[in-house]
Design a protein around this ligand. Structure first.
Ligand code: GLP
Length: 265
């Protein structure tokens, strides 16, 4: 697990965008795993800017989103499909028919979840998966106690998560208690994983993710088992880590190595 600690949220977004840019340049028909939440918005804005200035194309890319609310229509303003359209897809050259979000209102949820897993496999698997993290350590909507081997399924949200996300819903508006999310097992099959976290409210979850034991109590801790996971955080989200200096030292050495390898290309 690589831990990258940067000054602020803007630097986190730029670092994450560089990973996606590099991936798409190396493999224009990459399969991208995408996430919602406030954290990735700055990264999406960076990708949009690079697309608009013709530095980056999504024309051949495919995407699969991590999760969706269960019970909201696709065009509902709080649906994650709508979020992705307005925050990314509407502004880049991706073919929207190549973008998938888990089915939030399928007639047969179990069959639809199985189909989503098959669709990912048929697309060749996810090349790079973007993740945020909940304050309780959730990834996607895999709440604490989710099986570390879980697959796409319906998942009940914790009170903490519905409280955190209530800011997006008007008073009295229906807010789903259920979600459909790819599983931790699904996420771990991605070839590369990029988790972003910014702000002091994520410091405890990042501590548990990076330095805690691997446990279903902190779903993000499962990333410790992945061979290519990078945790990109700002100083505020890093405050509870014990080995900050060591992570910074590793990153400085990695940067030197990267430059050396780039010179060989
Ligand atoms: C939601 C999403 C997660 C996201 C989390 C954190 O619950 N399902 O994928 O990581 O929110 O969101 P934020 O970035 O807004 O803190």
């Amino acid at each position: 697990m690589k831990v990258v600690i940067l000054n602020d949220a803007a630097a986190v977004a730029a670092y994450g965008a560089d990973i996606f840019s590099k991936q798409l340049k190396q493999k224009p028909n990459s399969v991208l795993g995408l996430a919602t939440g406030s954290t990735p918005i700055a990264l999406y804005q960076e990708l949009i800017a690079r697309n608009k200035s013709n530095k980056l194309s999504f024309a051949q890319a495919r995407s699969f989103n991590l999760d969706e609310y269960w019970g909201l229509a696709e065009d509902h303003p709080q649906s994650y499909r709508h979020f992705m359209n307005i925050n990314l897809f509407d502004h880049i050259d991706i073919d929207k028919t190549n973008t998938q979000v888990p089915p939030g209102n399928a007639k047969d949820p179990r069959a639809a979840c199985e189909q989503y897993e098959r669709d990912i496999i048929n697309a060749g698997g996810i090349d790079v998966q973007l993740l945020g993290i909940g304050r309780n350590g959730h990834i996607g909507f895999n709440e604490p106690s989710s099986s570390l081997a879980s697959r796409t399924r319906i998942k009940t949200l914790t009170k903490e998560t519905t409280d955190d996300n209530s800011r997006f819903f008007a008073a009295g508006e229906f807010q789903p208690q259920l979600s459909v999310t790819t599983g931790i097992g699904t996420i771990l099959e991605s070839k590369k994983i990029v988790l972003l976290a910014t702000g002091a409210s994520k410091a405890e979850a990042i501590k548990a993710c990076v330095e805690g034991p691997i446990t279903a109590s902190c779903p993000a801790s499962a990333l410790q088992m992945h061979q290519d996971a990078v945790i990109i955080i700002d100083e505020a989200a890093a405050t509870q880590l014990s080995d900050i200096d060591f992570y910074k030292h590793i990153e400085a050495e990695n940067q030197k190595l990267e430059k050396m390898l780039e010179a060989l290309e």
